[in-house]
Design a protein around this ligand. Structure first.
Ligand code: HDE
Length: 699
């Protein structure tokens, strides 16, 4: 069997189908009736002897387990990883050697702050945790979608999390950093400044899990068979590029579709649009540990790609949804210390602390020490040890011996001195101290580097995010201190923050004196693709079918997904009598759920649409969110009837016109070049130039 399928086969052994079966108790006793409890008389009390009732209720009463302390809301999928070529020179990790091997993986994406039932579009860091089921055992890369972290030492993690979680006295707000305690912590903890800028950038509100990068964040080690070590940082780069929503969209989506990200991933996999991410490593030789102007063990610093290139070494494809959310996504247990021969940790103090926390929290969350036996957590590699018993032990360990050394079982199981995991032979020496290294104490230079790397429009959006987040802070002293902290990053940034939150601009000159930038961190320098984007088609009876068909075919060929939206669900009829099934009525959707909108011609359809407030709002909102609008023939009337007028007057002949992401065509029967222009506009994702042209555009 192919390696890729080995995990699926293992999971299959634990999978149960209930379709067509009869209900039994957990003891396998057939149940005759499940809708009424056993009572003494039809109107009498329930009887204790009703074992079916007792068992059903007891199980229900215990269905919930503690949610994760952080990253409670998540969504997972299965897939595989393949390496492009042998990495023998750098690491002996088996799954990084043979390009013909497909290593099964399970990935869980998550938000950090919100509870399990919170909304997907919180402004937050996203978790990106991958479990590789390798031949040498499980390797977990437990990363985030931002390459750095808020704090430098794990001992500060409880403080950070307490400050950002809902406030303890009133449990408000849910899944949000926009409140006093978080910004109080930030303003008192300058090492957070760099990460805060990343979270307030577009990366804090991804378009989907498919449009996010992933980073191992901490510094790890590759070790080759000769025992030579190198420092590494891990990267996932999405094939579709890195793209985000705008804040107004995100907030509205949290109401209209709080499952937007989960639904997107699930639907994409069901459609066969399998998300792909390339795997990259940055490597620094041990000899070069001190060559950089930042400490390579400091998790509040990234390694600029311009200084340490990312070597792309493989790819991951997510191609199967889970069978059961609880059994798989909820019960999966990741641990940054689940490493395999060839991969080791570094002395990064955040990573060192993480090595303690994950197993510790999982003991409570998953009810004891045997959770590695839960199907999703089982390695495909064989497991042997002298560990026994504990809550929920599944394995029936044969034999009399559960200790080592022994003579009764030939002193087995035995460690493998040759191929067993060997920790990297790093020389460690030092005096016990609670001090922080001087080399960690530059909190601002890279924050300035990041700020310098943003385009003017990205900067505008970061400032807006500050105005929202810190604008929600009631304590004026906290707001003042935030401005002071960010004045250390950039004077202009601090001034602009101050202008929106009711505090005076800083009186000291600002900035960390850094002029450099790192273009690779700007999401505007990413891949742009129309593939898998979602387009709404607004129509009513009397639309032009020939036109619509051409555009839909072209979109389909480009891998763009379409949905027909109309006032009511049902079947619409075109001018020529062709029928079209409606996918969504007005109440079940909204512009925020799409990447673009297309309105075909047809006099009757356009006349009807133009009278509907919903449709005008739909187009205006699409336009305000910088997304493409495509209109053909009679639909050009919308130039007058909506905000897209500022991108008008549009096409006057059969040649398509495209301005500020509004694509139009007039008097045309052949819509092929119009469709291609539309696809180009969709690939661009957002048309930020509207920001300059339209006073109605929100940031
Ligand atoms: Fe985590 N983190 N973390 N974290 N983390 C958890 O483990 C922790 C950190 C990350 O989908 C918990 O099983 C400490 C950085 C992800 O199941 C917990 C510190 C990064 C997930 C925990 C950090 C992460 C977690 C909660 C500071 C990016 C979700 C439940 C030193 C590299 C994994 C659990 C999933 C989950 C502790 C910081 C990523 C409490 C102490 C940095 C993606 O153990």
């Amino acid at each position: 069997m192919s390696t890729e399928k080995r995990k699926d086969e293992q999971l299959g052994k634990f999978t149960e189908n209930h379709e067509g079966e009869e209900i039994t108790t957990n003891q396998g006793v057939p149940v005759s009736h499940t809708d009424d409890s056993l009572k003494a008389g039809e109107r009498g009390p329930t009887l204790m002897e009703d074992f079916h009732f007792r068992e059903k209720l007891t199980h229900f009463d215990h269905e919930r387990i503690p949610e994760r302390a952080v990253h409670a809301r998540g969504f997972g999928a299965h897939g595989y990883f393949e390496v492009y070529g042998p990495m023998t020179e750098y690491t002996m990790a088996k799954f990084l050697q043979d390009p013909s091997v497909k290593t099964p993986v399970f990935v869980r994406f998550s938000t950090v702050v919100g509870s399990r039932g919170s909304a997907d579009l919180a402004r937050d860091v996203r978790g990106f945790a991958t479990k590789f089921y390798t031949e040498d055992g499980n390797y977990d890369l437990v990363g985030n979608n931002i390459p750095i972290f808020f704090i430098q030492d794990a001992i500060k993690f409880p403080d950070l999390v307490h400050s950002i979680k809902p406030e303890p006295h009133n449990e408000v707000p849910q899944a949000a950093a926009a409140h006093d305690t978080f910004w109080d912590f930030v303003s008192c903890t300058p090492e957070t400044a760099h990460m805060v800028l990343w979270v307030l950038s577009d990366r804090g509100i991804p378009r989907s899990f498919r449009h996010m990068e992933g980073f191992g964040v901490n510094t790890f080690r590759f070790v080759n068979a000769q025992g030579k070590g190198r420092f590494v940082k891990f990267h996932w780069k999405p094939k579709l590029g890195v793209h985000s929503l705008v804040w107004d969209e995100a907030q509205k989506l949290n109401g209209k579709d709080p499952d937007f990200h989960r639904r997107d991933l699930w639907d994409a996999i069901e459609r066969g649009d399998y998300p792909e991410y390339e795997f990259g490593v940055q490597m620094i030789d041990e000899e070069d540990e001190f060559k950089y102007d930042f400490d390579i063990l400091d998790p509040t610093k990234f390694w600029p790609e311009e200084q340490v290139p990312v070597k792309i070494i493989g790819r991951m494809v997510l191609n199967r949804n889970v069978d059961n959310f609880f059994a798989e996504t909820e019960q999966v247990a990741f641990h940054p210390g689940h490493v395999v021969p060839g991969i080791d940790v570094s002395n990064d103090p955040l990573l060192q602390g993480r090595l303690f926390s994950y197993l510790d929290t999982q003991l409570t969350r998953l009810g004891g020490p045997n959770f590695a036996e839960i199907p999703i957590n089982r390695p495909i590699a064989p497991v042997h040890s002298n560990q026994r018993d504990g809550m929920h032990r599944m394995t029936i360990d044969r034999g009399q011996v559960a200790y080592s050394p022994n003579s009764l079982q030939d002193d087995t199981p035995q460690p493998d001195a040759e191929d067993g995991y060997k920790h990297y032979q790093e020389k460690v020496e030092g005096q016990k101290t609670r001090e922080r290294s001087e080399s960690f104490k530059d909190y601002y230079s890279q924050a300035t580097l990041f700020w310098n790397s943003m385009s003017e429009r990205e900067k505008d959006r970061i400032i807006s995010a500050f105005h929202f987040e810190v604008g929600n802070v009631k304590d004026k002293d906290v707001r003042k201190r935030v401005v002071e902290v960010f004045n250390n990053v950039d004077g202009d940034l601090a001034k602009q923050i101050a202008s929106g939150i009711g505090v005076a601009p800083p009186d000291k000159p600002g900035g960390a004196g850094i002029k450099d930038s790192s273009p690779a961190v700007s999401v505007e320098n990413t891949t742009f693709e129309a593939r898998t984007r979602k387009v709404a088609i607004l129509v009513e009876n009397g639309f032009n079918y020939a036109e619509l068909e051409q555009v839909v075919d072209a979109l389909d060929k480009a891998g763009v997904v379409t949905e027909v939206v109309s006032k009511n669900q049902g079947v619409l009829t075109s001018t020529e009598g062709q029928e079209l099934e409606v996918d969504k009525n007005h109440l079940t959707t909204g512009s925020i759920k799409y990447d673009a909108v297309y309105i075909p011609g047809g006099r009757e359809s356009v006349d009807s649409l133009i009278k509907q407030g919903y449709v005008i709002h739909f187009i205006n909102e699409m336009f305000k969110h910088y997304k493409p609008v495509a209109i053909a023939n009679e639909a050009l009337d919308f130039f007058e009837a909506s905000l897209i007028g500022s991108a008008g007057p549009g096409s006057t002949n059969q040649e398509p016109s495209s301005n500020l992401g509004v694509v139009s065509v007039q008097n045309a029967t052949d819509l092929s070049s119009f469709s291609q222009e539309f696809i180009k506009a969709i690939a661009m994702h957002r048309h930020w130039d509207r920001m300059d042209k339209s006073s109605n555009a929100p940031a």
